[in-house]
Design a protein around this ligand. Sequence first.
Ligand code: HEC
Length: 150
Amino acid sequence: MIRTVLTFLAIAGCGDTVSTPAAFPADYKASYVQVRPCRSSSDHDLHHVRVLADPLGLDPYSMRNAPFPVGSVILKEEYDIGDSNCTGALTDYTVMVKLAAGSSPATLDWHWQRVDSGRNVVSDDEPHCYTCHKMCGVPPDGYQGTCEVP
Ligand code: HEC
């Protein structure tokens, strides 16, 4: 029941947040590495974005030569449409966390989150995240549910 209510709030949006914790640490900059530099994202609301990977996801994301280990985190910092250097204030984050193979086929075996700039989780597993990534996250442009072209 609580889960249903939370899901409803997540879908309803309107500034509500979800009570689960953000899927990445507050000090992620200490260990995450940039894997895609600042760029405009037509599929993420025209925001400028920068993509970072945690130590587990770094090699599979950068080299696309191995499966993502369970727990790999791919983090997208989102900036204002006009912030072409990604140097201003962050607007929000989108994040993908790898789940065990076969454990959640509907979500492509990833956990999806939208997190606001204050680290409040705005949504968990919005269907439109994995519905869209199902299409773009395949070769030649995508890789295992990730969509960013190198
Ligand atoms: C309309 C399609 C679409 C939707 C909806 C969408 N994405 Fe994406 N996403 C993309 C595309 C395309 C890229 C790569 C190019 C870009 O940034 O525009 C991307 C990139 C990403 C990345 C960087 C890693 C990578 O290479 O894929 C993350 C993380 C991400 N999306 C998470 C999310 C989350 C979480 C949601 C839902 C809250 C979401 N996306 C919704 C299309 C989408």
